[in-house]
Design a protein around this ligand. Structure first.
Ligand code: KIV
Ligand code: ZN
Length: 516
């Protein structure tokens, strides 16, 4: 077997921006989606599923933008098996040099009876019609029989055969509710290969959800049984318990070449930076023990392990941290670290900043280093999330003064400058509150007067110690039901809270007409 035979190539179809973005609370705005798409292209995924264009004007616009600007991967848009969805997807994708329409309809009895209220014949006809219509927009058409793993096997074969005859070039077998298990999924893929005439005319793909924690195991079993496309997301984000994690599938294929016998084109050294970006933008923390990208994935605590590692790395490590873009040892910077050391570390962490953003981050780094002895990688990420990945400021926090403690009613005095469309004067307000943060937020509200609801307020310490940076994340919802995340980092958590709130308000103002 030639090591890189075409038949052994696994297509990596990333759906972070579609299924991943469907996770409750993970919503990304159009600029953030473009940033993620750029990173995915750098990672060299084969297909980026950029969104579900019919679902909203925003989704349509972001698929269109990604189709216009991202070079390399095929850009896919999702569409139900109905003409208006397919036409909308076709329209949003039209400037992509390589585009795919991914159309789907549920085929399990339970979905057909209760959700679609349609017979098998009607569903089969819609599937075929959808593929034929999609073919008028692009040759590259993928079809998914939703809830395939709970679909009656003969009907599944019949649908797959019919959509291939109608022109589908990829047939995706979704485990929509994360119900299957590796041995069963192996049989499903084998059955399709054995029973469906002309199955070789289409690529078999799989799309596994993680409700039983088996999404990656099921995807790998399917590859071993002959699937040649896997659908996955960065950090495994997605509906409910999520999708199969791209980084786990890719590293399993690399690490167990002996068993898997397949290859992919992913540039694994960009995995870590992509994972961090997705985690920072969605504000979905990666659990510390998460495989490949978790904070502890390459940390060795037990003395006996550390001893083994020092003697010979392979005693306890099956992968190299460097292969996924993680640096072996965490380097700690401090007040005496110059700009070279800082910039080098920022680049090593995977950020590509403009000169202006690097300068902003550097200034902030120096300010934090003056208050805090050691600056860790997480501190640097926090500084970048706080200072760099933000929209232009409408409101800028000039100063704040908070009186609290004992029997005092917390009182905040805030000065905010309206940077855009304003006189540039600092507006001042003082407010009482039930706590310091409440007083600060009330004072900010009375200056900015941007209607919204505060959905969520979260504070965490980035590293240990009383001088740690506190990172505050807030989610606010506009009166048009759009959610915006703001982040602030400071050694003082009240200041971090104010910054996070103002950042979220700035995003809301920038992305809607409110406040203009
Ligand atoms: O989980 C699922 O079935 C899907 C389909 C649209 C492929 O996301
Ligand atoms: Zn899904």
């Amino acid at each position: 077997m030639s090591e890189r035979a075409d038949v052994d190539r696994v297509i990596i179809f990333d759906t972070t921006l579609r299924d991943g973005e469907q996770s409750p609370g993970a919503s990304l705005n159009i600029e953030e989606k473009e940033q993620v798409a750029k990173k995915l292209a750098r990672l060299n995924v084969d297909v980026i599923e950029a969104g579900f264009p019919i679902s909203s004007q925003e989704d349509f616009d972001s698929v269109k933008l990604i189709a216009e600007t991202i070079e390399g991967p095929i850009i896919a848009g999702l569409a139900r098996a109905v003409p208006k969805d397919i036409e909308r997807a076709g329209e949003s994708l039209k400037s992509a040099p390589r585009r795919r329409i991914h159309t789907f309809i549920a085929t399990s009895e339970i979905h057909m009876k209760y959700k679609l209220k349609r017979s098998r014949e009607q569903v089969l006809q819609s599937a075929v019609d959808a593929v034929k219509l999609a073919k008028t927009f692009t040759d590259d058409v993928e079809f998914s029989p939703e809830d395939a793993t709970r679909t009656e096997p003969d009907f599944l074969c019949e649908v797959v055969e019919a959509v291939i005859a109608a022109g589908a070039t990829t047939v995706n077998i979704p485990d929509t509710v994360g119900y299957t298990m590796p041995s069963e999924f192996t049989r499903t893929i084998r059955m399709l290969k054995e029973k469906v005439p002309k199955i070789e005319q289409a690529t078999i793909s799989v799309h596994c959800h993680n409700d039983l924690g088996l999404a990656v195991a099921n995807s790998l079993a399917a590859i071993q049984a002959g699937a040649r496309q896997v659908e996955c997301t960065i950090n495994g984000i997605g509906e409910r318990a999520g999708n199969a994690a791209l980084e786990e599938i890719v590293m399993a294929i690399n690490t167990r070449k002996d068993l898997m016998g397949v290859w992919h084109d992913i540039q694994t050294r960009h995995i870590y930076e992509t994972s961090r970006l997705v985690s920072n933008l969605t504000d979905f923390a990666v659990q510390p023990n998460k495989a490949i990208v978790g904070r502890n994935a390459f940390a060795h605590e037990a003395g006996i392990h550390q001893h083994g590692i020092i003697q010979e790395k392979s005693t306890y490590e099956i992968m190299n941290a460097e292969d996924i873009g993680r640096t072996a040892g965490e380097l700690v910077l401090g007040r005496h670290s110059g700009h070279h050391a800082f910039e080098k570390r920022v680049r090593e962490l995977g950020y590509t900043l403009s000169a202006e953003d690097m300068q902003k981050a550097l200034e902030r780094f120096k300010a934090v280093a003056n208050k805090k002895k050691e600056i860790s990688d997480r501190d640097i990420e926090s500084i970048i999330a706080d200072e760099v990945y933000v929209v232009p400021e409408t409101y800028h926090l000039d100063y704040m003064h908070v009186v609290a403690g004992g029997t005092t009613t917390p009182t905040a005095t805030i000065g905010i400058r309206r940077v855009q469309n304003g006189s540039g004067d600092t507006l001042k307000q003082a407010h009482l509150g039930v706590g310091s943060v409440d007083a600060v937020y009330r004072a900010i509200d009375s200056i900015c007067q941007v209607p919204h609801t505060l959905l969520d307020y979260n504070v965490k310490s980035v590293t240990g110690g009383t001088d740690a940076l506190g990172e505050v994340t807030v989610r606010i919802q506009s009166d048009q039901d759009k959610v915006f995340i703001g982040r602030g980092a400071s050694t003082d958590i009240i200041e971090a809270s104010a910054k996070a709130y103002i950042q979220a308000i700035n995003k809301l103002v920038y992305h809607t007409s409110a406040g203009s």
